[in-house]
Design a protein. Sequence first.
Length: 357
Amino acid sequence: MTDQPGREPEQRLPARRAPSDLAPADRFSAPPSAHPADLSAQRVGQIVRQSSNARWVSLLAVIVVVLFVILYYFYELGAPLGLSKPRLVQQTEVQQVTAVEAGYNLFIANCARCHGPNGKGTNEGYSAPPLNDPMKLYVHLNPQYLKNVLTVGGRYVCGNPTSAMPIWSDLNGGPLNYRQIEELIAFLRAPKVDASGNVIEYRVKDAALNEPIVGADGKDLTFEGWVDPAFKPEAAATAVPDCYLGNTAQQSTGPAATLPPEAQIFEVKAEQIAYDLKAITVTAGQPFGIKFTNKDSAGVLHDVDIRKQDGTTLQNMPTIDGGASTTYVYTAMDAGTYLFICSVHPIPGMTGTLTVK
């Protein structure tokens, strides 16, 4: 020990072992039987087979990975020669169809009352400008313009203080959120045919269940888009101006002649978006008149049109603003049952029965 006094330092060091003396290895070595000097033929065969199997497994794993990468590449970017479309393109088309079908329900629920279910507007006797018009859809009704109108309303976009186009976006107090606005625009801009020229049939779906509505014939109800990708205006055609209000010349203001003294005149009032009179009976073959008073607030337009039971407009009258009144003059009609209705608000409250006999 180095702390023992009375001994020289070299005497306190551990005793050195001669280089020729080897440390015993019994505690660290396995028995000789565990270290055979050579391998048997059976053991060599096992090692070769194991190595071969490992190489085959590795090769198969590499082949699977390579095939997966190739197939996934074509799945993402599309097969060559146009055999398949890229995945993102396919999903975009599916989402576009879904948006168009959802936008159709929004249009029917909110826009058809003024623009008509077919989007023909004043061309079919409704109060609002037509939307389903190839010239308007070509450039005028572009997505940005439609978004502006739906977001801030017709009064701000067109600077028309008497515009009946309301605000639809919830950003400014309207009922539709941003996604519904996008779906409505997708419907208005839906193509009529695909790239191959085939007509695209969109399905009418239940707004609550999102399931296709089946018609009386057992087939799903369908509708077509309005935009024709192949449409090109004539070289001499006039561009549709901004804030185009449609062919208002097609709206009849009624016969200019006054009613004969014996003509029937009925008084109808509109208040809180409802007629106070729901049934009128007139004589067949005789003109008649309706003294109409709009008792709603300013900016709420009403009229009294005559339509067939199927919705076809027979006599289209101009709208009047809230607080105004007028006398509509109607030409003689054949016997039958018709409807008198407000083209701006074609709802049960503003629909009545006209009996001609």
